[in-house]
Design a protein around this ligand. Structure first.
Ligand code: GAP
Length: 498
């Protein structure tokens, strides 16, 4: 498949300016692994903070925890990963290259083929006469390939373990302790932000399919008998959610549907309530273009067997050829706690209001790297002047300070202002080239505000502040700038009000 030129534009920005590049490229690269440069790392931190604020803010009983990356085999056997966390691998009989069977089929049909049994995949490969994309050789039979990375723990390697393929298990393993520590109430939300590892058969499309990646997941443990009635649904009942149902999503669009109408289609209230929170995160908090966001339903065949309801969160990215998954909302029922209870023989039921319950889990799951890529794709404007219109709160450098000229004490005054602003936010100082060139440099990395110190600053303490998206300018005192900047970045104060 031809790579869209948009993909190259986003890569060029990433590599040139310090967002992201393939890891270990000194040694020819390391397929599926990527490193973040200074701007990418800052943007990632910002995304994490905004995500935590948005989702932990939903309930006082939603908390951040931090759990181990290596997990023993027993825990991942109970979760089903040892036996079922597989993709179908096919090998070329001629050049011996390995491929993911469903990807080969998808490349031919432009439809998803996840969840096929080996015999089904082989039959389709024969039917569509799919050959090895590299040498056109004949493909061998499909076989399940477990995607976890094994690690041998201890000097003799006797204790078998794996690098976690999802953060979720850390929350399930710690649920009982947190339930006690959080004073025995439901719901309990446990969020984990952390690295995961999957030995992807064919890592491709840059950070879309990595072998080491960052997840942001919130596991919400609740009483299935009572929670549905407790969520404050009325406030969102009329809200139009962007939804593509399983039989429609292949067309590439979505239809807005009122939250209340999703209940009529059988979705639980708590599920729809959290869909609304996810949509708000993308459209209100991050301010991404509404036509680029949708929930895509997974059919029974596509979703994992333990997910009773599953919609992917998708963003339409020209660099990746359309709507692509960046996260998911998963109703996992009591599959996880039930599995760990059976295997560990520890009771994971809890007593709430005198009643014993094995909590169910609603999971909000996000791939941070995919989200960052999507934001670069959606906000990097290249026609004419290159501007990264990234949400201000995600901007790696929220403000830059320039002296009009690097003389007459303007440079010292601008450096002092920059140092002062750095007490509040990350601020850059730039005295190189014309002011226009300096604006252009900051525009391309998404800096929402640039401040210029000139001769009037020395007289009356005022500076010029320029807004990236409108290029409008205002004259304000240094003190007013210092006070207003956090609210401007948070979108709580309009630029025109300065
Ligand atoms: N705990 C549920 C879970 O892990 P998933 O759909 O397998 O569900 C969740 O993964 C999210 O993690 C995905 O929506 C995606 O954003 C991200 N993700 C999964 N595999 C990835 C990979 N190989 N590279 C980059 N991101 C990935």
């Amino acid at each position: 498949m031809a790579v869209p030129s948009r993909y190259d534009d986003v890569w060029s920005l990433s590599v040139r300016r310090g967002f992201l590049w393939p890891a270990v490229d000194l040694y020819g690269g390391f397929a599926g692994f990527y490193d973040y440069g200074h701007l990418g790392a800052a943007m990632k931190r910002n995304w994490e903070s905004v995500w935590l604020e948005a989702f932990l803010g939903l309930d006082p009983n939603y908390q951040l925890i931090d759990t181990t990356i290596a997990l023993p085999e027993a825990a991942l056997k109970a979760s089903g990963h040892v036996d079922h966390f597989t993709d179908l691998l096919v090998r070329c009989t001629k050049c011996k290259e390995t491929w993911r069977a469903d990807h080969l089929l998808e490349d031919v049909t432009h439809e998803a083929h996840e969840g096929l049994e080996p015999a089904e995949a082989d039959a389709k490969i024969r039917e569509l006469a799919v050959r090895c994309p590299k040498c056109k050789g004949e493909l061998g039979p499909s076989q399940p390939f477990n995607m976890m990375f094994p690690v041998a723990v201890g000097p003799l390697g006797a204790d078998r373990a794996y690098l976690r393929p999802e953060t979720a298990q850390g929350a399930y393993l710690n649920f009982k302790r947190e339930f006690e520590a959080l004073r025995r109430r439901l719901p309990v939300g446990l969020a984990i932000l952390g690295r995961c590892f999957r030995n992807e058969i064919s890592p491709r499309q840059g950070t879309y399919r990595m072998r080491e990646f960052l997840q942001a997941e919130l596991q919400i443990f609740f009483d299935p008998g009572t929670w549905d009635a407790q969520v404050p649904f009325d406030g969102i009942a009329a809200k139009a959610l962007h939804v593509a149902f399983a039989d429609e999503k292949g067309k590439g669009g979505f239809a807005p549907i009122a939250a209340a109408d999703l209940l009529a289609r059988g979705l639980p209230r708590f599920y729809v309530y959290h869909m609304a929170a996810v949509q708000d995160f993308y459209l209100r908090t991050l301010g991404l273009p509404p036509d680029r966001f949708r929930f895509a339903e997974l059919s029974e065949k596509e979703r994992a067997f333990y997910n009773k309801v599953h919609f992917d969160i998708e963003l339409k990215q020209d660099s990746l050829g359309g709507f692509k998954e960046v996260g998911g909302v998963h109703y996992r029922t009591d599959h996880d706690l039930g599995g760990h209870q059976r295997a560990s023989k520890e009771r994971l039921e809890v007593t709430v209001d005198g009643k014993k319950v094995l909590p169910h889990v609603l999971e909000l799951s996000f791939g941070v790297d995919r989200n960052l890529w999507a934001i670069l794709d959606l906000t990097y404007a290249t026609g004419g002047k290159a501007v990264l219109r990234a949400p201000p709160r995600l901007a790696p450098i929220p403000v830059a300070v320039f002296p009009l000229m690097a003389k007459d004490g303007l440079d010292a005054r601008a450096s002092a202002l920059c140092a002062r602003l750095r007490r509040r936010v990350r601020a850059a100082y730039d005295e190189g080239g014309s002011i226009g060139k300096r604006y252009a440099r900051m525009d391309e990395v998404g800096t929402p505000f640039c401040v210029t110190v000139d001769h009037d600053t020395l007289k009356d303490g005022t500076v010029t502040i320029r807004e990236r998206d409108s290029t409008a300018q205002r004259r304000v005192s240094e003190d007013a700038l210092f006070d207003a900047l956090p609210a401007l970045l948070a979108g709580e104060r309009a630029f025109e009000s300065l």
